[in-house]
Design a binder for this molecule. Structure first.
Ligand SMILES: *Cc1c(COP(=O)(O)O)cnc(C)c1O
Length: 395
């Protein structure tokens, strides 16, 4: 009984700080119009930016993949689970990133979380390595750095000059700079061209987590490297595939030698059952859309929605962060207020998640509005009106 009482005390402590999180059950596929806990909602929550998660062509490819390759892979990649579907997908990612990385090769992993653990533990495997981690990096990068044998230094958000001082002062044999490309809770972009120039000058790796860029940034949706027109042998690129690509998993693209090191040494790659090959097969359909005319149209519509939301919001106390991506956070401040506003939206059947610490810094609790290509301009107008009125009503 004491064991349970101890846990319950911890849970009570979360509740008194308005930090309890609650699971909601989706009764329909991921889409702006979604049935949640039995109730029809207009959702601004998902990272399905191109609305591919329930795209008929992707669903059909998943079904075809299951029929062709079965439901599961049966083993880890190095034992017997590496299917033709995985191999074909990796070849295609290698080709997609070839304009940006010398001798590019790609590896498909089960999740982005695991890909980040794999990259940082393999590149930072030695105690004389040092990882320089951007302050607003995703939890999976923080955990990857903790798990690596390398030392870890955190540099301030977007501060290339501070990073340069830290890098220059370091005597580490291997120096690894790691950053989100699009910051997941703020929506802004890392200064990748300046970071890459610095890394090239000082002989450091630049690991880019493009979870929120792959599929949406760049003319062909190839992500942040295409957006900025970057190419370098120093780049290690991670694209996750459960967001804009609408399916799941992640890939790492880097020089073939880096990828070979991951195959040989990265425990999150080696010691886990390979993802179902049908997912890899379905991703081929996602890539067809992302790289084709439909992808161009979806990205253009998404960009128009972002502009519409920014024009329509008239906030005085709350702050819309200056983001040009589909992540449009509205800073409310306290946890209680953020929850109250989210509840007010929920009463109007609008679903926007309240993001609180530790995901964001204390005092910056926010609504994380995300837009998708399946939203309409009417949807955006509805949300903007509701937010404008709620701000006035809670003054
Ligand atoms: C979502 C996310 C991940 C994790 O990717 P999954 O495939 O969901 O495990 C990693 N990095 C960032 C920045 C993310 O937003």
């Amino acid at each position: 009984m004491d064991l349970i009482a101890d846990i319950d005390r911890k849970l009570d402590a979360l509740a008194t700080q308005s930090l309890t999180r609650r699971l909601r059950v989706a009764d329909s596929p991921c889409a702006p119009r979604q049935v949640v806990d039995g109730r029809a909602m207009l959702a601004f929550c998902s990272n399905d930016y191109l609305s591919l998660a329930a795209h008929p062509a992707v669903i059909a490819a998943l079904q075809e993949g299951a029929a062709r390759y079965g439901a599961g892979s049966g083993a880890s990649h190095l034992v017997s689970g590496h299917s033709r579907a995985h191999a074909l997908l990796e070849t295609r990612f290698g080709e997609w990133l070839a304009p940006h990385i010398d001798q590019a090769r790609a590896l498909y992993l089960c999740t982005g979380y695991m890909a980040n653990l794999a990259v940082l533990t393999a590149l930072g495997a030695d105690a004389d390595a040092m990882i320089f981690s951007e302050a607003l990096n995703h939890a999976s990068l923080i955990d990857g750095a903790r798990l690596a044998k390398a030392g870890v230094a955190v540099y301030p958000h977007g501060d290339v000059a501070a990073l340069e001082r830290q890098l220059a002062a370091s005597t580490a044999a291997t120096r690894i700079v790691v950053t989100d490309s699009v910051f997941s809770m703020d929506g802004d972009l890392a200064p990748l061209p300046a970071l890459l120039a610095l890394c090239e000058r000082l002989g450091a790796w630049l690991v880019v987590d493009d979870a929120h860029g792959f599929g949406v940034l760049g003319e062909h949706g190839r992500g942040a490297l295409e957006h900025f027109g970057l190419r370098s042998p120093n780049l290690v690129y991670i694209g996750t595939l459960g967001k804009a690509a609408g399916v799941g998993g992640a890939f790492v693209a880097a020089h073939a030698s880096v990828i070979e090191l991951l195959v040989q040494r990265a425990r999150p790659y080696i010691y886990t059952t390979a993802a179902p090959p049908a997912l890899a097969h379905a991703l081929q359909a996602s890539l067809d859309i992302i790289g084709g005319d439909e992808g161009v149209q979806r990205r253009a519509h998404l960009a128009a929605l972002v502009e519409h939301l920014q024009d329509a919001l008239r906030l005085q106390r709350w702050q819309l962060l200056p983001s040009r991506t589909a992540i449009q956070p509205v800073i409310i401040g306290s946890n209680e207020d953020a929850l109250r506003v989210a509840a007010g939206l929920h009463e109007q059947s609008l679903w926007v998640p309240a993001i609180r610490p530790p995901t964001v810094a204390p005092g910056t609790a926010r609504l994380r509005v995300t837009l998708s290509a399946a939203h309409t301009h009417d949807d955006v107008a509805l949300l903007a009106r509701a937010l404008n009125e709620l701000e006035r009503a809670t003054a």
